[in-house]
Ligand binder design. Structure first.
Ligand SMILES: Nc1ccn([C@@H]2O[C@H](COP(=O)(O)OP(=O)(O)OP(=O)(O)O)[C@@H](O)[C@H]2O)c(=O)n1
Ligand SMILES: C[C@](O)(CO)[C@H](O)COP(=O)(O)O
Length: 233
């Protein structure tokens, strides 16, 4: 199958969370959010290496996590960039030679289920690119940013909320990042860069517990998921 690398991006500032400490370092149960996420991938046999991308000031703290939590698959902790896409690009450059498949995952999504991750990877190995997602539950409107007038109501049956992990053949994701950089295109996820190449990207249905911890109301929800879905103390 070729080597499988995982890039965990955790170099964001968490401005929407509004806490003094960046959200990936907030305590969730007994451990920082980022450690929960890293342990998920550490415990997957098929994962060959984990590249951890963090803020320049947090490299030493995260090397400490690697030691203290025995995160033996983390081969590299490096500084990210200004935008998420820059951080992923840095991570891509650090992957070991011989890596054929890559999973890109947000450091602040600590609840992805192993079986969903495997389904996503299997689809990528068949097609080249696949992402976890869930159907949207709300009605979504396209709204004019200036006067807030509704422009249109897309058919909900074709709308999915996109999550991570996002799984790719490494060469495809590298090409997508190179093209985005040439074109100065900035996307909010990696799939959008691959879509721009005209390559097929498929969604794999995950679950609604795979939240991205983003704003303050996500914290009690995350504690609830940890205790009631994951069964952790
Ligand atoms: N320059 C950046 C920006 C984001 N991320 C990471 O990308 C993931 C998803 O981003 P998001 O939830 O938007 O995190 P932040 O950018 O930290 O949040 P905000 O936009 O509220 O500042 C997070 O794990 C975040 O740390 C990153 O590695 N490098
Ligand atoms: C990659 C992502 O988590 C998929 O939902 C999301 O697009 C990240 O976006 P953000 O702008 O960094 O929150």
């Amino acid at each position: 199958m070729g080597k499988l690398g995982v890039i965990i991006v955790a170099a964001g500032k968490g401005s929407r969370m509004g806490t003094a400490e960046s959200k990936q370092y907030l305590q969730l149960g007994q451990k920082p959010i980022l450690v929960h996420t890293l342990q998920l991938f550490q415990n997957i046999h098929e994962v060959d290496e984990i590249i951890l991308v963090v803020g320049a000031d947090d490299v030493s703290r995260c090397n400490g996590y690697v030691t203290n939590y025995a995160l033996t698959k983390v081969t590299c902790v490096l500084a990210g960039g200004a935008e998420r896409q820059d951080s992923v690009r840095q991570g891509l450059q650090a992957l070991q030679e011989g890596t054929q498949w890559v999973l890109v995952h947000d450091g602040v999504r600590p609840f992805v289920r192993k079986e969903h991750m495997f389904e996503c990877l299997a689809k990528a190995q068949e097609i080249g690119a696949a992402v976890l997602a869930v159907p949207v539950k709300d009605t979504i409107k396209v709204v004019d940013a200036a006067d807030k007038r509704i422009q249109s109501t897309p058919d909900r049956r074709s709308l999915w909320a996109i999550q991570t992990p996002q799984a790719f053949r490494l060469s495809l994701l590298q090409e997508a990042h190179e093209k985005a950089q040439q074109d100065q295109f900035m996307g909010t996820d990696d799939a959008s860069l691959v879509e721009r190449l005209g390559a097929a990207v498929y969604v794999v249905e995950g679950d609604y517990y795979n939240i991205k911890i983003t704003t303050p109301e996500d914290l009690p929800w995350a504690e609830w998921i940890l205790h009631n879905v994951r069964g952790e103390a």
